[in-house]
Design a protein around this ligand. Structure first.
Ligand SMILES: CC(C)(COP(=O)(O)OP(=O)(O)OC[C@H]1O[C@@H](n2cnc3c(N)ncnc32)[C@H](O)[C@@H]1OP(=O)(O)O)[C@@H](O)C(=O)NCCC(=O)NCCS
Length: 195
């Protein structure tokens, strides 16, 4: 797989690939996202408008099989900024890592590690942020859709140097595969020093 970091005007042509991967990959546990092209277009337009965003792509044989995004936290909506303010962390200190979405057939070959390395390098290059942060959905232990033998990504993230921050929790709404309406989901942040 070839990993490449795209910035500026190079991002926009790849938004359809990112939308396609988000809809396909986040449909699975634990996100259960019932994505639509309309919802994706709204979300990704905001991302593409960022001057300091990066889109990291993984290509196999010329085809995009995985994507990962990042942008300054300050550009996010209040529901993501508030937990940081409440914890005494100024949002301008934080670079926000959005999704990492890789088709299942390409996992376990280093792309997920490369997504973190590339995004941390980008954050250091374009900002003076001293923290990287991403969030992960919180699901009840007994959730009926939890797959048997589910192994969360917590170990993978810890090994990349990230710490789970129960003091930084936010809510996001999305339509799930198990219902007709959008529902509010709780997510917990993970952070790592960029210094
Ligand atoms: C998260 C996700 C992108 C990880 O991708 P991945 O490519 O399988 O991850 P990697 O292959 O880089 O790492 C997995 C393990 O394989 C190892 N590995 C295997 N081959 C490797 C290589 N060539 N180079 C580096 N690491 C390698 C890694 O070290 C890691 O093990 P470790 O945690 O014990 O160190 C992928 O699982 C995914 O898309 N999940 C669904 C969506 C999701 O939940 N995203 C996260 C929230 S947005």
């Amino acid at each position: 797989m070839v990993i490449e970091t795209l910035t500026g005007t190079a991002i926009r042509p790849h938004l359809p690939a990112l939308a396609r991967l988000r809809i396909a990959v986040f449909r699975a546990w634990p996100y259960l996202y019932d994505g639509s092209e309309a919802a994706e277009a709204r979300h990704l337009e905001h991302f593409a408008a960022s001057a300091h965003a990066a889109l990291v792509v993984a290509r196999q044989g010329g085809e995009i099989v995985g994507c990962s995004t990042c942008q300054p936290l300050e550009e996010q909506s209040d529901n993501l900024l508030e937990p940081f303010r409440a914890a005494g962390i100024e949002p301008h200190r934080v670079f926000y890592f959005g999704e990492s979405v890789l088709l299942p057939a390409y996992r376990g070959q280093g792309a997920g590690v490369a997504f973190f390395t590339a995004r941390e390098a980008h954050a250091r290059a374009v900002s003076r942020c001293d923290l990287a942060a991403f969030c992960s959905v919180i699901r009840p232990e007994q959730h009926r859709l939890r797959p048997p033998g589910d192994v969360p990504l917590d170990g993978f993230w810890s090994r990349r140097g990230y710490a789970r921050r129960p003091d930084l929790v936010c809510n996001m709404r999305w339509k799930q595969i198990d219902g007709d309406e959008e529902v509010e989901n709780r997510l917990v942040f993970w952070t790592k020093s960029l210094r």
